[in-house]
Design a protein around this ligand. Structure first.
Ligand code: SAM
Length: 455
């Protein structure tokens, strides 16, 4: 399963199941996952976190398979025995997917819901065959065929498979949608890992850096004078309060103690939910500065960057925090230290390789380093087109390399080069073409040999 598939199903469950006036009110739902073998992921954790009863059926034995289907055209369950039937990344492998779908309709309760995710594009991947790609209209037709209500069919913007995700019901409801249960809503999200473990090994808590990241951020605000500021990961609000302009901070667990002013707005939700909102561009425009400091795992940090870039302009400065773990333990994807960067450090190499059009300025801030990214291009689809293929390898745990641990090539946060870059961006950001990114690149490259603080 590619990573974005879980996000797609989570979105569907939040939008349709938790708001459903019948299913959304029930504490236990019987959920069937068709083609539910665990290949690099399963919907089981999502469903079990909701407290529902999960059963997976697959044509072959495998990880997380509860029931093996001896006949690929038949689901070995009684009529109407499930409240929710999910099927992801399976229809393309089912030579007669329409027969499988008819079976899913049969085993789904009259009040039940069906969710299907299947690729619209992407490379051939045979399990044991790969026969089809789908479009939203494919699911419109299949709904018509069975007299189902199609709640939604949409195409994900994450490649290379660009899944089409569809939600169906057997009958439309007479009652209006309900407010989703907040505990269930949260249960679907990835854990924030805000608590440091009680026992930490002091040897693993080393910290480096010329100047605190918050002081650096203050200087960026002073020099860049942003007209709009977006922050992913607010926590106590210490970084959000640095903004004198209209500022939006996003955090599912804000614990704000800093004194916020009228220009500061906290959105208590995950970055994923925030960027789903249609009015995000209007909320943040003109977005001149972004601070990415949310969930410290590479798949989230990269997606936060991608989403932020989509609402940016050429002159937006995007700062990603925590790119320099000081010890391999700090880079663990599961938090085991107080100073925790997770594997956000991987984003530097990802952007360097996939996005040579960007200008990357790694900065030696205390305690865990920052990456300043210039030359945002809201029209770029490179990361979106390849996200799932790229992130699959990156989500494997591995220790940071020595260059990262030693901060090789990082620029001092107090270096005058940074002031010069930010002043130039501020002066040029209103020009029709935005700032001259190539001249900024030349400045950064030319400054490197004498600016290295650690090598
Ligand atoms: C290191 S703290 C941010 C600190 C803050 N920027 C500062 O410098 O004072 C990371 C924050 O990210 C938040 N977070 C975790 N998961 C998130 C998500 N999916 N979207 C947005 N924020 C998230 C956590 O709740 C936590 O408050």
């Amino acid at each position: 399963m590619h990573h974005s598939s879980t996000k797609n199903i989570r979105r569907c469950l939040k939008r349709h199941l938790l708001t459903d006036p019948v299913l959304g009110r029930q504490d236990d739902l019987r959920v069937l996952d068709v083609g539910g073998a665990d290949y690099n992921g399963s919907y089981r954790p999502l469903i079990e976190r909701l407290g529902y009863t999960y059963t997976s059926a697959d044509i072959s034995e495998g990880n997380s398979v509860d029931v093996v289907m001896t006949d690929p055209d038949r689901l070995p369950f009684d009529d109407a025995s499930f409240d929710l039937v999910i099927c992801g990344q399976t229809f393309e492998h089912s030579p007669r997917f329409w027969v499988l779908f008819a079976e899913m309709v049969r085993v789904c309760h009259d009040d039940g819901m069906i969710i299907v995710a299947a690729p619209s594009a992407g490379p051939v991947h045979r399990f044991p065959v790969d026969c089809y790609r789908f479009l939203p209209d494919s699911f419109e037709s299949i709904a018509d065929d069975h007299g189902l209500v199609l709640l939604e069919a949409w195409t994900s913007s994450v490649g290379p498979f660009f899944d089409v995700v569809a939600a169906f019901m057997r009958h439309s409801r007479t009652e209006a949608c309900i407010e989703p249960d907040p505990d269930r809503w949260r249960a679907l999200d990835d854990t924030a890992q805000n608590e440091a473990p009680a026992d930490v090994d002091p040897a693993q808590e080393t910290m480096l850096g010329v100047e605190p990241a918050l002081d650096f951020l203050t200087r960026v605000h002073r020099t860049l004078v942003p007209r709009g500021y977006l922050e992913i990961g607010v926590w106590k609000g210490f970084s959000l309060v640095k903004a004198k302009c209209p500022a939006v901070g996003v955090d599912p667990y804000p614990q704000v103690t800093a004194k916020l002013r009228d220009n500061h707005r906290v959105m208590p939700m995950t970055a994923e939910d925030f960027f789903e909102m249609e009015d995000v561009p209007a909320l943040v425009e003109p977005l001149d500065l972004v601070y990415v400091d949310g969930l410290h795992v590479v798949e989230h940090a990269l997606m936060d960057f991608m989403n932020a870039e989509r609402v940016s302009h050429r002159g937006t400065v995007i700062i990603i925090d925590d790119v320099y773990p000081n010890h391999p333990a700090q880079a663990s994807r599961e938090r085991i230290t107080r100073a925790w960067t997770g594997d956000v450090w991987k984003i530097t190499m990802i952007l360097a390789v996939a996005r040579p059009d960007l200008v990357l300025v790694p900065i030696d801030t205390f305690p865990t380093g920052s990456l300043m990214v210039l030359g945002a291009d809201p029209t770029s689809t490179v990361l979106w087109d390849t996200y799932d293929a790229m992130i699959a390898g990156e989500m494997e745990p591995r220790d940071p390399d020595d260059m990262t641990l030693h901060r090789s090539g990082a620029i001092s946060p107090t270096d005058r080069l940074l002031d010069r870059l930010l002043r130039t961006i501020r002066e040029q950001r209103d020009q029709p073409e935005g700032p001259d990114i190539e001249s900024l690149r030349t400045l950064v490259q030319g400054s490197r040999p004498r600016r290295l603080v650690r090598s």
